[in-house]
Write a protein of this length. Structure first.
Lengths: 758, 452
C-alpha cells in the first residue's frame, strides 16, 4: 500500500484520505458510513458485479472550466459505490433524499418476485435482504401481479440445493466459481426476469469448493442440504474452531445446538483460508455428531465389547502396561491436539520410559532430521501459504494439489489469477485429469505429464536447459560450490532426451525451464514424491533446482493430515523429542512396532485416533500385528475397523468438545475451543494420559489444555511464542531457528523406472 | 425539402455491392486519400466534419478516434456495431446489404487512423443477407488488396476484418455488452468509465478498442473522399452532415431517407408520402427508446442532436433525445397509445439482459401492469405507479437499456395520460376495437398434438 498515492475525498461532508483506486464503499466503511450492498464482495471481481444497484450514492467531482476555475460537477446519475474508485476531490453523499428513494426502489424491485417465505428460510435472521429491507426498504409493496414461481428445491449437487424463487441475481455465486474456485460451473441461464443461476446443461455442480457459495449468497437461495431446515440462526451458538479434514487448518465456525453440530462456516484468516473452506471440511465435520460415537470406555470380553468405568479401565490398562514393560508402542496421533500429543509422548517417555512412538503410516521411515532438514534446515513446508502469492512461478510437482492441499490450491490459483504467477504442473500421467472441475492443469502455463518414475530425468532435463541455455544468474552460479556435480549429472539430459524418457514434449521442458528460472519460485511437492521409492533422489534433485534458481527456502513438501505437523513438532517420532531434539537411542518406528507385535517383541500397542488397518501402507501387516499383539488400546470416536481389533477402546473428544491447538501445514499453531459436550464420559486424550501417568507415579496431573500449552511454550523452544494468549484467533507460525538456506548441491543419478518395479 | 444523398447516393445503382461498380462510383477514393495522409490528419478531417456517432448517442466520433493510444504496446481493435436492434431502425441493414464496401472502407480508414490490425463487424444474428453481402465484399476487398497485408501498397499497414454474428439479443448492441459477446462471454454490459477504463484504453481483450456504428463508418469514408469541410456544410451548427432516417408506420412510402440533420419532423412525414389511414396522431422520431411526440407538437421539432423533449418527474427534469438511431415511426389516429406502449414494454422486458435489478424487475413489472390495463384490469393509481417505476429505473440501471425502457413510457404518459385513464376507467380502448393487436395466428394444425 505504501506506494499508492492518497487522494482527498469527502463523504457526507467528512473529509478523509483514501488510497487511489479504493472503492467508495470501502472508504465509507472506514469512517463508519454504512452503504448497503448485496453484490459487492471484496474478494470477487467487480467486472461482473455492480448489478444489484443497492449501493447507489450521489457523487460530484471537480471539473476545470476553460478559464481555469474549478467547480464541483455533480454526476447526473447516482453511482454504484461498490465499483466507483475514489479520485482527488470527489464528494459523495449517502443519505440524500434521492439516495434514500433509490434504495427503496431497488429493494422494492428485489422483493416483487421474492417469495417472502422468511419463516421457513434458513437465512431468515441472518439475511442481508431482510436486514437491508428493515433499514432501507419500503414498508409495503405496490406489486399486485403474479410473482415468478419455481419448484422450491433444485439440487445442484450433493451439498447444495437451490431455491430459484429467492435468488436476487447478485452474481456472487457465479463470480465465486469464476474468480476463486475456477471451475466456472455456475453461470446465468436465460435473460431478463427469466434469468436464473444454473450449471451448464444441468450437469452436477461438482466443484470441490461448492459450499462457499452458500455463505456468499446474500439470501436463502443457495442452501446446504445437510443444514436445510435444521435450525434457526438465532437458536445457534457459534464457536471458533479449526477444520480437521486436512493439514491446511482452515479457520471455521462450528454452529451448534442441543449439543449437536448443525453446520460449519468459514472464519476469516487472511494467512490461511482467507474466508473459504473446501467441501471436505464444510460437509465432512459431521462425524462430530455421529450417532456412532462411543460414549464410554469399552473392553473386549469373550469377543464382545462391554462398557466399563474409567476407573476400572485405567486399572486394567495400568496392569497390562506394567506387564509389558518396555515392550510398548504408540502409533498415530495426527488427529490429536498438540496438547494430547505432548502429554502422550511425555507419558511414554517419562513414565513408561520408551521411545516407541510414531505417527507415520509409511512406506518410508527415514531418520527425521535427515533429508531436507539436514540439507536446508526445515522439514516439510517452509513457505507460508500466503507467501505463494508473491511468487513469479510455482512448480506443482507430483501432487494432486486440490486433493492433498485444497486451500493451498486456492492460493496457487490466486497467485496465478490475481497476481499473474506462472504455474508449472509436473505430475505423473495418472494424474492427468483435465476434465475434473478443479485442477491445476486448467490454469498451468506448462503441463508436464510424465511417465511415473521418471521424475529425476525430468528435473535433469529442466536443469539442463537452465544451465546450457544460460537462463540462470551467472553471479549466483559463480558463488555455488560443486557446480560441476550437477553440470555433469545433467549434461546428457538435453530436453529431447529427457522428453523421450519422460514421455513429455521437449518444447514443454524448455518453456517450463524458462518459467522456473527465477528467484521467486516455489516448489510444492506432493505425495507421489514422498511415497516414491526413490523419493530421496527426487527431493535431492528438487533441492538442486531450488539452489540453482536461488530459492533454497522455497521447497515445500507439505504434510497432509490434520495435525501431522503437530505430531512431528511434538515428537511423535521414534528419534526426536518435541522440537526435533535428536535422541541417541531412538525407539521403533511404526513398521518396526508392527513387526515387533507380530514377532512378540511388542506386547502392548496404543493406537491413537487412526484407523491403522486402513491407513497403514501394508494393511496385512497391520492386521496381523493387531491380532497378534496381546494388548491393544485404541482411542477413537467410533468403532473403526482398527478399533474392532482392540482389547480396549477409549472414547475421545472430538475437536468440537474441547480446547486445544493444531499446527497446520505452514507451522501455524492455531487454537480451537470447546463448543459443546456430548457426554461427560468422553475424555480428551491428554486427560487419559495425565490420569494414567499420575496413577503410575509419574508427573503431576494437568487440569486444562491451556496449562499444557503453557508448559509446551516453556519447554519446547520452537513453540516459545505459542502461549494461549499470544496465539489469539489467528494463530502464530513458528520458525526454524537457523534455517540453512545456503545448502550445497548434491549429485543425483537417474534410476530408470524399470528398476523400481523390479 | 428533398433528400440530401451522401451515403445513399448510389444505393440504386445496379451491382453497387460489387467492388468494381463501387470503385467506378468513386469507391475507395476516401481510403486512398487517407493513406496518403498522416494518421493525425485523417482524424483531423473527421474532427472538421463534425461527425457524431450514428448509433444513437451522437457522441463526437473524432474524440474516440483520437483517444486511441498512439503507441501499439497492445494490439488495437476496430469494431463496427451492426447489431441494429432498435425497433423502427433499419438503416444499417440496408447500408450493409447495398453498400457493404462503403462500411468496409470506413473501417479500413478507422483502422489506419488508429493503427489497428484487426477489426470485427458484429452483425445482428437475423441479418443473414446483410452478413452475406458483407462477406462477399470482404472477400473482394482482400482480392483487391484493400484488406490484408500492406494495404494499397502501404508498407506496415495490415488490417484483417472478421464478421461476428450476434445470437439475437438487442442488448448486445450496447457497446460493452457487444464486446463481452464478441469475446465469447455472456452478452451483458461491463463497467463503464469512471468505474473502469474507457474502451479506447481497455476494450476487447483489454486492448484499446474503437467502436462505432455502421453509418458512422460509412460517413467516414465519404468524409475522407470529399473532405471534412464539405461534410460540415451540411446539417446544423452542432449536428453536421446527413443522417439516414428509417421511416415506418402509417406512411405511404416507408423506407430509408437520407436528410440533412436539422430536418423538420413534419417534412419527414411528407417526404415519406404522408400519413395513411387517418390523421397524424404521434411520431416516435428516433427508435423505440425515444419518447413519443404528439401530432400537435411535431411542428416544434427538428431532427438534430440538440433537439430534446423535457419530461419532468417528482424529483428531476429530464432532457430526452429526439433523433436517437433514426427509427422514425409514424402513427395515425387509429393507434392506441397504451397498446403501443404495452408492445414497447414487451420488447424491453424480453430484451433486458437481467444483469441489474431495476431493469430486470422493473421492465417486467411495467409490462405486467400495461397488460393488465389493456385487458381491462386497470386500477386507479396505476398511472402514478408506472411513472414511479420508470423513475426508479431511469438512471439507476447498469446500462442504457433500462433508461430506454423507461423513457417511452414516461413520454407516453406525459402526452397521452388521458388514454391511460380512459383504459382504466372504461376497460376498453379509446380509439375503438380495431386498434387492438390481431389475435395470434392459429397454430398450424400439423404442429398440434390433436389429430386433425
Ligand atoms: C441498449 C442499447 C442498445 C444499443 N444498440 C445499438 C445498436 O444496435 N447499434 C448501434 O450502433 N449502437 C447501439 N447502441 C449504442 C452503442 O452503445 C454505442 O453508443 C454505439 O455503438 C457507438 O457508436 P457511434 O458512436 O458510432 O454511435 C446501443 C446502446 C444501448 C444502450
Ligand atoms: S432469503 Fe432472506 S428475505 Fe428471503 S425468505 Fe430467506 S430470510 Fe426471508
Ligand atoms: S443464488 Fe444467491 S449468490 Fe447466486 S445470484 Fe442468486 S442471490 Fe446471488
Ligand atoms: S439495464 Fe441492466 S438488466 Fe437491463 S440490459 Fe442493461 S444491464 Fe441488463
Ligand atoms: S453492491 Fe454495488 S451494485 Fe451491488
Amino acid at each position: 500500500m505504501a506506494d499508492v498515492p492518497m487522494v482527498n475525498i469527502k463523504i457526507n461532508g467528512i473529509a478523509l484520505q483514501a488510497p487511489q483506486g479504493e472503492k467508495v464503499i470501502e472508504a465509507a466503511r472506514r469512517i463508519n458510513v454504512d452503504i448497503p450492498f448485496f453484490c459487492y464482495h471484496p474478494r470477487l471481481t467487480m467486472e461482473n458485479g455492480a448489478n444489484c444497484r443497492m449501493c447507489l450514492v450521489e457523487v460530484a467531482t471537480p471539473r476545470k472550466n476553460p478559464d481555469g476555475s474549478v467547480v464541483m460537477a455533480k454526476m447526473p446519475k447516482p453511482q454504484t459505490a461498490c465499483s466507483l474508485p475514489v479520485s482527488e476531490g470527489m464528494e459523495v453523499w449517502t443519505e440524500t433524499e434521492q439516495v434514500i428513494a433509490d434504495r427503496r426502489g431497488v429493494l422494492e424491485f428485489l422483493l416483487i418476485n421474492h417469495p417472502l417465505d422468511c419463516p421457513i428460510c434458513d437465512r431468515g435472521g441472518e439475511c442481508p435482504l431482510q436486514n437491508n429491507t428493515i433499514h432501507y426498504g419500503p414498508p409495503t409493496s405496490r406489486f399486485i401481479e403474479e410473482k415468478r414461481h419455481f419448484p422450491k428445491a433444485y439440487p445442484l449437487s450433493e451439498y447444495v440445493v437451490f431455491d430459484r424463487e429467492r435468488c436476487i441475481h447478485c452474481a456472487r455465486c457465479t463470480r465465486f466459481t469464476q474468480d476463486i474456485s475456477g471451475d466456472a460451473q455456475l453461470d446465468f441461464l436465460f435473460r431478463g426476469a427469466d434469468m436464473e443461476v444454473g450449471t451448464f446443461a444441468h450437469t452436477r455442480f461438482s466443484s470441490r469448493f461448492s459450499g462457499n457459495v452458500i455463505e456468499l449468497c446474500p439470501v436463502g437461495a443457495l442452501l446446504s442440504r445437510t443444514y436445510r431446515f435444521k435450525a434457526r440462526p438465532w437458536d445457534l451458538m457459534t464457536q471458533k474452531s479449526i477444520c480437521t479434514q486436512c493439514s491446511n487448518g482452515c479457520n471455521i465456525k462450528i454452529d451448534h445446538r442441543v449439543s449437536q453440530l448443525q453446520r460449519v462456516n468459514a472464519r476469516v484468516n487472511e494467512a490461511v483460508n482467507e474466508e473459504w473452506t473446501c467441501d471436505r471440511g464444510k460437509f465432512g465435520m459431521d462425524y462430530v455428531s455421529s450417532p456412532d460415537r462411543i460414549t464410554t470406555p469399552l473392553v473386549k470380553r469373550d469377543g464382545e465389547f462391554q462398557p466399563v468405568t474409567w476407573d476400572e479401565i485405567n486399572t486394567l490398562i495400568i496392569d497390562r502396561l506394567q506387564e509389558a514393560g518396555a515392550k510398548v508402542g504408540g502409533i498415530g496421533g495426527t488427529r490429536s491436539s498438540n496438547e494430547d500429543l505432548y502429554v502422550w509422548q511425555k507419558f511414554f517417555r517419562q513414565t513408561l520410559r520408551v521411545n516407541n512412538l510414531d505417527h507415520r503410516m509409511g512406506p518410508h521411515f527415514r531418520p527425521t532430521n535427515s533429508g531436507l532438514y539436514a540439507r536446508f534446515g526445515y522439514h516439510s513446508m517452509n513457505n507460508a501459504i500466503a507467501d505463494l502469492e508473491k511468487m513469479k512461478t510455482i512448480l506443482v510437482f507430483g501432487s494432486n494439489l486440490v486433493d492433498e492441499q485444497p486451500i493451498i490450491y486456492l492460493r496457487v490459483r490466486k497467485a496465478w489469477r490475481a497476481k499473474g504467477a506462472g504455474i508449472v504442473e509436473a505430475v505423473p500421467r495418472s494424474m492427468k485429469t483435465g476434465e475434473e472441475a478443479n485442477h491445476v492443469g486448467e490454469f498451468a502455463s506448462v503441463r508436464l505429464y510424465y511417465r511415473p518414475g521418471t521424475e529425476v530425468a525430468l528435473l535433469h532435463g529442466l536443469l539442463n536447459v537452465m544451465l546450457y541455455e544460460n537462463l540462470l544468474s551467472a553471479e549466483r552460479l559463480g558463488e555455488i560450490k560443486n557446480l560441476s556435480i550437477v553440470q555433469n549429472a545433467v549434461k546428457s539430459w538435453a530436453p529431447e532426451i529427457a522428453a523421450k524418457e519422460c514421455g513429455v514434449e521437449a518444447d514443454a521442458i524448455r518453456r517450463a525451464a524458462r518459467l522456473l528460472a527465477t528467484d521467486q519460485m516455489a516448489i510444492l511437492a506432493g505425495e507421489t514424491v514422498t511415497q516414491h521409492p526413490y523419493s530421496e533422489d527426487i527431493l535431492n534433485a528438487l533441492g538442486n533446482l531450488a539452489i540453482l534458481t536461488g530459492n533454497p527456502g522455497n521447497i515445500n513438501v507439505p504434510v497432509t493430515e490434520n495435525n501431522q505437523q503437530g505430531a512431528m513438532d511434538m515428537g511423535i517420532l521414534p528419534d526426536v523429542l518435541p522440537g526435533y531434539v535428536g535422541l541417541d537411542q531412538p525407539g521403533l518406528n511404526t513398521k518396526q512396532m508392527l513387526q515387533g507385535a507380530v514377532s512378540g517383541e511388542i506386547e502392548a500397542l496404543w493406537i491413537s485416533g487412526v484407523d491403522l488397518v486402513n491407513r497403514f501402507y501394508d494393511r496385512d501387516l497391520a492386521r496381523r500385528a493387531l491380532e497378534a499383539c496381546s494388548f491393544v488400546v485404541v482411542t477413537e470416536h467410533t468403532l473403526t475397523e482398527t478399533a474392532q481389533l482392540a482389547d480396549v477402546v477409549l472414547p475421545t473428544q472430538s475437536v468440537a468438545e474441547r480446547d486445544g491447538t493444531f499446527t497446520n501445514v505452514e507451522r501455524r499453531v492455531q487454537r480451537f475451543f470447546k463448543a459443546f459436550e456430548i457426554s461427560p464420559e468422553i475424555h480428551p486424550e491428554w486427560l487419559i494420559f495425565s490420569q494414567l501417568a499420575m496413577r503410575m507415579g509419574g508427573t503431576a496431573p494437568y487440569f486444562s489444555a491451556r496449562d499444557i500449552l503453557r508448559e509446551i511454550a516453556a519447554s519446547v523452544p520452537i513453540y516459545q511464542a505459542c502461549t494461549p494468549r499470544d496465539l489469539g484467533d489467528q494463530g502464530v507460525r513458528w520458525h526454524y531457528p537457523a534455517a540453512n538456506h545456503t545448502a550445497d548441491l548434491v549429485g543425483v543419478e537417474y534410476r530408470a523406472p524399470a528398476a523400481v518395479s523390479a | 425539402m428533398a433528400e440530401t444523398l451522401v451515403l445513399l447516393k448510389h444505393r440504386d445503382v445496379p451491382g453497387i455491392e460489387n467492388i468494381d461498380i463501387y470503385e467506378q462510383h468513386g469507391g475507395y477514393a476516401g481510403l486512398k486519400k487517407a493513406l496518403a495522409m498522416e494518421r493525425d490528419a485523417v482524424i483531423n478531417e473527421i474532427k472538421t466534419s463534425g461527425l457524431r456517432g450514428r448509433g444513437g448517442a451522437g457522441f463526437p466520433a473524432w474524440i474516440k478516434w483520437s483517444g486511441i493510444p498512439k503507441d501499439t504496446k497492445k494490439p488495437h481493435y476496430v469494431l463496427c456495431n451492426a447489431d441494429e436492434g432498435e425497433p423502427g431502425t433499419f438503416k444499417d441493414r440496408e447500408l450493409m446489404l447495398k453498400l457493404p464496401h462503403m462500411v468496409i472502407e470506413g473501417m479500413i480508414i478507422a483502422a489506419y487512423a488508429t493503427q489497428s490490425a484487426k477489426g470485427y463487424i458484429y452483425i445482428r444474428g437475423e441479418f443473414v443477407e446483410s452478413a452475406r453481402s458483407i462477406r462477399r465484399a470482404i472477400d473482394q476487398a482482400y482480392k483487391k488488396g484493400y484488406l490484408g497485408k500492406s494495404i494499397c501498397g502501404k508498407e506496415g499497414f495490415d488490417f484483417d476484418l472478421y464478421i461476428h454474428m450476434g445470437a439475437g439479443s438487442y442488448e448486445c448492441g450496447e457497446e460493452s455488452a457487444l464486446m463481452s459477446s464478441l469475446m465469447g462471454e455472456r452478452g451483458q454490459p461491463r463497467l463503464k468509465f469512471p468505474h473502469a477504463p474507457l474502451p479506447i484504453h481497455e476494450g476487447v481483450w483489454q486492448s484499446p478498442t474503437l467502436i462505432n456504428n455502421v453509418e458512422t463508418y460509412a460517413a467516414a469514408s465519404q468524409i475522407l473522399a470529399h473532405g471534412g469541410a464539405w461534410y460540415a456544410t451540411m446539417g446544423t451548427e452542432n449536428s453536421k452532415g446527413t443522417k439516414i432516417i428509417s421511416v415506418s408506420g402509417h406512411v405511404k412510402k416507408p423506407g430509408n431517407y437520407e436528410v440533412e440533420l436539422g430536418y423538420p419532423v413534419l417534412d419527414m412525414i411528407e417526404l415519406a408520402g404522408g400519413v395513411t389511414g387517418g390523421k397524424l396522431k404521434a411520431v416516435i422520431p428516433g427508435g423505440s427508446s425515444v419518447p413519443i411526440i404528439p401530432a400537435e407538437l411535431c411542428k416544434d421539432f427538428k431532427l438534430d442532436y440538440d433537439a430534446h423533449q423535457v419530461v419532468q418527474y417528482s424529483m428531476r427534469t429530464m432532457r430526452l433525445p429526439v433523433v436517437g438511431s433514426g427509427g422514425f415511426m409514424v402513427f395515425n389516429d387509429k393507434t392506441d397509445i397504451v397498446v403501443l406502449m404495452r408492445r414497447t414494454a414487451e420488447f424491453y422486458t424480453h430484451e433486458s439482459c437481467g444483469k441489474c435489478t431495476p431493469c430486470r424487475e422493473g421492465t417486467r413489472w411495467i409490462f405486467k401492469i400495461l397488460s393488465r390495463i389493456t385487458t381491462g384490469g386497470g386500477l386507479p393509481g396505476d398511472i402514478d405507479l408506472l411513472v414511479n417505476i420508470c423513475d426508479q429505473i431511469d438512471g439507476r440501471s447498469y446500462c442504457g437499456l433500462g433508461d430506454a425502457a423507461a423513457w417511452p413510457i414516461m413520454g407516453a404518459i406525459k402526452h397521452f395520460r388521458h388514454e391511460f385513464e380512459y383504459w382504466i376507467e372504461h376497460k376498453r380502448s379509446p380509439v375503438g376495437e380495431d386498434c387492438l393487436p390481431p389475435a395470434p395466428e392459429p397454430l398450424n394444425p400439423l404442429l398440434t398434438l390433436t389429430p386433425v
